[in-house]
Design a protein around this ligand. Structure first.
Ligand code: NAD
Ligand code: MG
Length: 400
């Protein structure tokens, strides 16, 4: 430990999305080792009070709310402190641009793309939780990582598991990746049962405690589809080299199969602090106060193939990746709108995938080269999906 402290200077850290599930888990780890970490900037969307409390507790230098309407409240909540305050997209950009050694990108959705790119462009170590960045603009983001010399550290538990299994391995020895999926809360449901589920049931994940959007994505299995696209970009493998395997216990977080027939897996409790700590301490392993894995007690780990008939979102993501171009951008944007509409009670659970499919048809053939083009496609796909939601027959809500 003394050796570790001597080799690693105190690391300055910024958390984009500090009030969310991943953000709070990151702050929990930081609070346990104040001698190793100093907080530069923290951001949130609109939870000014939560953000102000975290900024005071962790001695942040800057706190930013994405929603400009929350600026006053944040300013008041931090009155008398040393924390600087900002708001809006410029504020988020400033938070990402500040010279922190390490940045946690944990804003939910493609809203995280701009600040994540800002951190990448200055060559920071970027711990990436926001998978939507890679689905929306994967090729562009990976090109920016390569040209800036930034270090991208995967936080998503599956990708973190693969990242761990690949440590020290040559790219040409990899045969395939096996992404595990819990199957979500409706793994055993029939389509008729799924048609009637409520938002509350959909966000109640059996193994993981997460934000609302990713919880619904896990329930539709769109999450695994997004993760397929994420893995393709992060590890540079072809689509047919990435398999999806349902593993309801969420203990094996993913696997890598090599050309000699060996398969390496990373196992652990379903606690996001484990993959987050792997990126926070990188390249060292740091202590995590999670219950230890007791395989003797768990006794049995099971695996099964995913069912594309009951989880069409998986097929839509596979088709979007195969198609390439702007299809993944549209898939992601449409899914964000459809999940929001489901959470607001405007559409039924099965309508999410149906709307994404309709949006992919409505936005077919769009071209995008630059970041501006991608953002324009993202915005157009959102508008078209909103229109589809508005026209969606109310009688179909919950019964599609
Ligand atoms: P969350 O909803 O709990 O938190 C989201 C954070 O982003 C909050 O701090 C919120 O204030 C902020 N935010 C939301 N909209 C914003 C906007 N428009 N502008 C700026 N900030 C905004 O979400 P989460 O569960 O922590 O997930 C965050 C990201 O990490 C998602 O992309 C998710 O897919 C990914 N992820 C999460 C988990 C998990 O266990 N929660 C696991 C793997 C990957
Ligand atoms: Mg995951």
């Amino acid at each position: 430990m003394a050796l570790a402290l001597a080799t690693q200077p105190r690391r300055s850290v910024t958390i984009l999305g500090a009030t969310g599930s991943v953000g709070r888990s990151t702050l929990d780890l930081i609070a346990r080792a104040p001698e190793r970490y100093r907080v530069e900037a923290l951001t949130a969307h609109s939870n000014a009070d939560g953000l102000a409390a975290a900024a005071r507790t962790h001695g942040a230098r800057l706190a930013v709310v994405g929603d400009p309407a929350c600026y006053r409240r944040l300013k008041e909540a931090l009155a008398g402190s040393d924390v600087a305050v900002a708001a809006g997209s410029e504020g988020l950009a400033e938070a990402a641009a500040r010279p922190a050694d390490w940045v946690m990108a944990a804003i939910v959705g493609a809203a995280g793309l701009g600040p994540t790119l800002t951190a990448v462009r200055r060559g920071a170590m970027v711990a990436l939780a926001t998978k939507e960045c890679l689905v929306c603009a994967g090729a562009l983001l990976m090109a920016e990582v390569a040209s800036s010399g930034a270090m991208l550290l995967p936080v998503d538990s599956e990708h973190n598991a693969i990242f761990q299994a690949l440590r020290g391995e040559a790219a040409e020895s990899i045969e395939r990746l096996i992404l595990t999926a819990s199957g979500g809360p409706f793994r055993g449901h029939t389509l008729a049962e799924m048609a009637a589920v409520s938002p509350r049931e959909a966000v109640a994940h059996p193994n993981w405690s997460m934000g609302a959007k990713i919880s619904v994505d896990s329930a539709t299995m769109m999450n695994k589809g997004l993760e397929l696209i994420e893995a393709h970009h992060l590890f540079g493998l072809q689509q047919d080299q990435i398999e999806i395997l349902v593993h309801p216990e969420s203990i094996v977080h993913s696997m890598v199969a090599f050309r000699d027939g060996s398969v390496l897996a990373q196992l652990g409790q379903p606690d996001m602090r484990i993959p987050i700590a792997y990126t926070l301490g990188w390249p060292e392993r740091i202590s995590v106060p999670t219950p230890r894995l007791d395989l003797g007690r768990i006794a049995r780990l099971t695996f099964e193939a995913p069912d594309p008939a009951r989880f069409p979102a998986l097929r839509l993501a596979e088709e979007a990746l195969r198609q390439g171009g702007t299809a993944p951008t549209v898939l992601n944007a449409a899914n964000e709108i459809a999940v929001g509409a489901f959470l607001a009670g405007r559409i039924g659970f099965l309508d999410i995938a149906a709307l994404v499919e309709a949006a992919l048809e409505a936005c077919a053939g769009l071209q995008a080269e630059s970041l501006d083009d991608i953002l324009a496609v993202d915005a157009l796909a959102r508008r078209r999906t909103e229109t589809l939601v508005a026209d969606w027959s109310p009688s179909r809500a919950g019964t599609a």
